[in-house]
Design a protein around this ligand. Structure first.
Ligand code: ATP
Length: 267
């Protein structure tokens, strides 16, 4: 996994994401175009939100979409897991937050992605309280300094929006809340198609129909990725264990998905 503060341009494109069209449009408008055509936005004095919170069930594409936004905008990406910033030593957590934002500014345009952001914003006054409190205050200071934050965008992600400190969700901070839902039956087909881009799927396989199958109900994007992987494995095993020469076509067929579906259930 990534070291804290390490930045790079991720290799995830819009086409790697199945569904989530609405989010893609929001991010095109709020981040990608603003990074690509800053003059146009300055000329008209557009003042958009620069902080976002993606919330929803695990494994539905929050990390994926944040990476794709960075890729599509040609921006650097800093991936921070919320708990990484928590340090028991006095002052260390605040320093980590300050360093993080100053690094982001030096490699702007840049997107800071806070995974499990709830970990560092759990309502104040609870146990473990003061470290979180000081860290959160520093984070608010950085977010409020939006003018000096040229080209730095912040995207937080959480499965538990209800435990988050409200102060962080005000306009100008992580002010734009975007829900990332469990995929619908049709979206499951789109996710399978996105996942199939680099896989030898047999022409006879209808991924949309598989997505609509009852066995796929309630599967997340991550579950569908696991399904795709199981199907690929089934195809690979069949190829290398089969003694029949008729079985040598190197594609993933419906029967492999069928086998895989027996092993996968909603996480
Ligand atoms: P968590 O809350 O657990 O961090 P997340 O919402 O950030 O989850 P991701 O890490 O983006 O989920 O998704 C995990 C994996 O599942 C991805 O790497 C990808 O393989 C697959 N996946 C999830 N959603 C999608 C999607 N919409 N399209 C294509 N693949 C997806």
């Amino acid at each position: 996994s990534r070291r804290e503060g390490f930045s790079s341009i991720p290799n995830v494109k819009w086409e790697d994401i199945g569904g989530l069209d609405h989010l893609r449009q929001e991010f095109e408008r709020y981040i990608v175009r603003r990074i690509k055509y800053p003059e146009a936005y300055e000329e008209f004095g557009v003042n958009h939100e620069t902080g976002f919170l993606l919330y929803g069930p695990p494994g539905c594409g929050k990390t994926l979409i944040a990476k794709a936004v960075a890729y599509e905008a040609g921006a650097n990406f800093i991936h921070i897991k919320g708990p990484e910033l928590l340090n028991k030593y006095v002052g260390e957590s605040e320093l980590a937050v300050r360093t993080l934002f100053s690094r982001a500014r030096t490699c702007s345009p840049c997107i800071i992605f806070f995974d499990e952001v709830d970990a560092l914003t759990t309502r104040r006054g609870k146990e473990g309280g003061w470290v979180v409190e000081r860290l959160l205050n520093q984070l608010l200071i950085e977010l409020d300094g939006a003018e000096q934050r040229q080209g730095v965008f912040v995207i937080g992600a959480t499965n538990r929006p209800e435990v988050m400190d409200r102060a962080l969700l005000r306009p100008g901070r992580l002010g734009k809340l975007l829900y990332v839902p469990l995929p619908s039956a049709d979206e499951r087909g789109l996710i399978l198609k996105a996942l199939a881009r680099k896989k030898p799927i047999d022409d006879t396989v209808d991924l949309c129909a598989i997505g609509r199958m009852e066995a796929c109900e309630n599967l997340s994007g991550a579950d569908l990725a696991a399904l795709m992987n199981e199907a690929a494995e089934a195809a690979a095993e069949e190829k290398w264990t089969s003694t029949e020469s008729t079985c040598n076509a190197s594609t993933i067929k419906f029967r492999h998905f069928d086998m895989a579906l027996r092993k996968i259930s909603p996480s």
